[in-house]
Write a protein that binds this ligand. Structure first.
Ligand code: PAF
Length: 279
């Protein structure tokens, strides 16, 4: 594992290692790595000659300053985990390296970025697009790996790649879950012991909603999910919607789409968790 902090050093290293037809895989992360990230890294290592993992907590995608301050950071622990993952290049720039001046770019993803996360975290996807487009330009990968837990982000990254004609293959990797079903997330470490135990309600409800799909109209199933989570003390659903997985438009009848995805954001105390399920 090689650790690199500057764009110039990364580009020198890649120019050196990438001679010929070598394939480059890229896993962008904000650190606080867990098994979900490691699955992305493993897949990249398997499918490419060189893998770059970026660790950068991107300030422009946080609409809440407190959330940015609280975001877990531990580069040494992350690097230890990555050492076990194989021969990867870790790119860990500081904020000035990525944003030597403020990024004024405004992306337009239309409806894709206006709903769900976009509605409740204004500016979030613009910030994601700013940093991911910069990282893509710096790393110039053949393939980039993203987790399906951030389903809306994945759809928007595909759109970004299309809008900018980047020719990068976006690879989606399935959600990795804890033994009890909770989707792995860097934010899980912020849960109290009680919240952590109770947080199983989110995935459990999503799984059960899938079993109920054939017996419930879409609208009733949406209410059932929200009510089942909201009765748990300290838990509050911010949104739950069942959308077409390509357009992210809400569906009203199951026949509206062949690709229904249920997406949820819920608070456990102050900790915001997201998850989703393919019906
Ligand atoms: O999913 C994340 O961790 C971040 O949104 C990403 C893609 C690394 C951009 O900062």
């Amino acid at each position: 594992m090689k650790k690199i902090y500057t764009i110039i050093d990364l580009q020198k290293t890649l120019a050196n290692e990438r001679k010929g037809e070598k394939k480059l895989g890229f896993v962008p992360t904000m650190g606080a790595l867990h098994q979900g990230h490691l699955e992305l890294v493993n897949q990249s290592v398997k499918e490419n000659d060189i893998s770059v993992v970026s660790i950068f907590v991107n300030p422009t995608q946080f609409n809440d300053k407190n959330d940015l301050l609280k975001y877990p950071r531990n580069l040494d622990a992350d690097c230890k985990l990555l050492e076990k993952a194989g021969d990867v290049i870790v790119f860990a720039p500081d904020v000035k390296e990525i944003y030597p001046e403020p990024d004024m770019r405004q992306f337009n993803f239309g409806h894709l970025a206006a709903v769900m996360e976009g509605q409740f975290r204004p500016g979030h996807f613009n910030g994601v697009a700013q940093v991911v487009s910069k990282l893509f330009d710096i790393v110039k990968p053949d393939k980039a790996y993203f987790g399906e837990k951030d389903f809306q982000q994945l759809v928007i990254i595909r759109e970004l790649v299309k809008q900018l004609s980047l020719g990068i293959q976006v690879v989606a990797c399935p959600i990795v879950r804890e033994k009890d079903g909770l989707a792995m997330s860097s934010r899980n470490t912020q849960l109290t012991v009680e919240q952590r135990k109770a947080a199983v309600i989110i995935s459990q409800t999503l799984f059960e909603s899938k079993n109920r799909k054939n017996n419930y109209p879409v609208k009733s199933l949406k209410s059932w999910v929200v009510n089942r989570i909201n009765v748990v003390p300290d838990f509050k659903v911010e949104y739950f919607d069942i959308v077409d997985g390509f357009t992210l438009r809400s569906i009203y009848k199951w026949e509206d789409t062949e690709y229904p995805v249920g997406c949820i954001a819920a608070f456990a105390g102050n900790v915001r968790l997201i998850d989703n399920i393919f019906y």
